[in-house]
Design a protein. Structure first.
Length: 146
């Protein structure tokens, strides 16, 4: 035993001796209640206490505290790969969606470019401030002039 344990044991024995000497002067009903309480305390101390307890440990790693709930939990290489499968599916889905969105945007821009190039109006006309007025007036063609 260590020095602290010996000191605590000696202190406990001195308190028990003092309580025992003082208990001789107590009335009978109080001494019976104390005896019953002592019996219950000893029985409770001897009874093994079963409590559910999770095996948590705090691991400090690279300046971050991580909780460890009982180690490996029986995860082998296949179950670890299976746990990554939803993440891989999510990343693949997002990549496919981004690809479709890029294709749609490129098709829209190609349609606008082809409309601009096919049109009789030069592209510089769209930047002209009078272009809205041009759109509002009907286009005079050779059929309308006659």
């Amino acid at each position: 035993m260590t020095h602290t344990a010996n000191t605590q044991d000696e202190f406990g024995l001195r308190i028990a001796a003092r309580l025992n000497s003082a208990s001789l002067d107590l009335p009978h009903d109080i001494s019976e209640r104390l005896r019953a309480a002592r019996t219950r305390a000893v029985a409770a101390r001897l009874k093994p206490q079963t409590r559910l307890q999770t095996n948590t440990a705090v691991i400090h790693q690279n300046g971050a505290a991580l909780l460890n709930f009982g180690g490996d939990e029986g995860l082998n290489i296949w179950s670890r790969l299976a746990s990554l499968l939803p993440l891989i599916a999510l990343v693949a889905g997002l990549a496919i969606i981004q690809n479709f969105m890029d294709d749609d945007r490129a098709n829209e821009l190609a349609e606008v470019d082809s409309a601009l190039l096919i049109d009789d109006l030069p592209p510089a006309a769209y930047a002209d401030p009078g272009f809205l007025q041009f759109l509002k007036n009907p286009i005079l063609t050779s059929e309308n002039k006659e």
